[in-house]
Write a protein that binds this ligand. Structure first.
Ligand code: SF4
Length: 361
């Protein structure tokens, strides 16, 4: 089949095989790939709405025993620069974000074995009680597995207890590339691909919405990028529990792994193939934090229907050398500048048009 025919089929919603995905990724002209992805996005969501969420990320600890080579954020246990915020400190940051209109808080950090489950339960209960309109879209599979190890229990039990304490949703962080060869090189002590998928399956079985991410641009091949999409697509066939897919690229500047930064064109290519290959994941999110706001704007023409969040405060990607940040006004202006209409959503993708800024008018 010709590339043109393949693109036409994929834009119409036909499922791509693994080999077809690799072929399109490697051979399709970028703009044609993007046009097919945008056509698919417009047929899934035939509206000019582009959503975003007002949120913040609070990196509560940088102490971590996983030691990923692509990470410039963590400090090993007993390192002089290690920190763990107090509950009061986290709560004051939640309050600041709530005062800015945030509806979602991502409390995420390293895998710090000094923190017990009870520490998180008390924190989440307090946030849920003091800020009932905030959704805790927090932690990651690595932190859940770390807690299960410390508590000598199952990840399902950890998720149950955290959910009871107020955690609403599990972000897709820590997926990197769900291929064992890659993980052995960049995050050998992190959860295995099957374990990442298994914890996601458990969270979804409890009714928690989840997202899936992909950190590309470290050492993986093109085929391994498609293998990652394939792993997400297979789990989604089974559970339908992922609300969105969020590809972002590795920032190499201050990490032990080093390497080169992906190009903007590579980012757009990954977005477009993600929209076409993941025929069963509804939303594709522009992760503007690493490629920058202007690439985030272009992403809206390469398959994305969501701009992610305002990310009022974030350290992990920042510490690796990324300096991007955005206000609500900037995000809305970018969306409008691309010819779309900004609409605020919450963690569950409920639209909150009443919260839009005047710029949206
Ligand atoms: S990416 Fe996460 S798990 Fe890996 S070292 Fe950094 S903080 Fe730890």
């Amino acid at each position: 089949m010709s590339i043109t025919d393949l693109l036409e089929r994929a834009a119409g919603g036909a499922r791509l095989s693994f080999d077809e995905g690799v072929r399109l990724y490697e051979e399709a002209p970028l703009h044609e790939l993007g046009a097919a992805a945008h056509a698919r996005r417009m047929s899934l969501f035939p509206t000019d709405d582009v959503t975003y969420v007002i949120d913040t990320t609070i990196n509560y600890t940088n102490v971590c025993n996983v030691h990923c080579t692509f990470c410039a954020f963590f400090r090993p246990e007993r390192h002089g620069e290690g920190y763990t915020m107090s509950h009061d400190d986290v709560v004051s940051r939640v309050k600041w974000a709530a005062d800015q209109g945030a509806t979602q808080i991502m409390i995420q950090g390293g895998v710090n074995p000094a923190l017990r489950l009870e520490w998180f339960e008390r924190l989440f209960r307090r946030v849920a009680l003091e800020f009932p309109s905030i959704d805790l879209h927090s932690l990651s599979v690595s932190e859940i597995v770390g807690l299960a190890t410390v508590e000598e229990t199952t990840t399902l039990e950890i998720l149950r207890r955290l959910r009871a304490a107020g955690m609403k949703s599990l972000p897709g962080a820590g997926a990197e590339i769900l291929v064992e060869r890659v993980r052995k090189r960049i995050s050998a002590r992190k959860v295995k691909p099957e374990q990442w998928l298994g914890v996601m399956r458990e969270a979804q079985s409890l009714g928690m919405p989840t997202t899936a991410t992909m950190m590309f641009g470290s050492i993986e091949t093109h085929a391994e990028r498609i293998a990652h999409l394939d792993a997400v697509r297979r789990l989604q066939d089974e559970t339908h529990g992922f609300t969105a897919f969020i590809p972002w690229y590795y920032v190499p500047f201050k990490t032990p792994l080093k390497g080169r930064e992906s190009t903007g064109l590579e980012y757009l290519r990954v977005l477009a193939i993600s929209r076409l290959y993941l025929d069963n994941v509804p939303h594709l999110q522009a992760s503007w934090l690493t490629p920058g706001l202007k690439m985030g704007q272009l992403a809206l023409l390469y398959g994305c229907d969501d701009m992610g969040g305002t990310i009022l405060e974030e350290r992990v990607v920042h510490d690796a050398g990324s300096t991007n940040e955005a206000t609500r006004k900037q995000l809305e202006e970018l969306i409008i500048g691309a010819g779309f209409r900004p609409v605020i959503r919450d963690t569950y993708w409920n639209l909150r048009p009443e919260m839009a800024l005047a710029t949206a008018g």
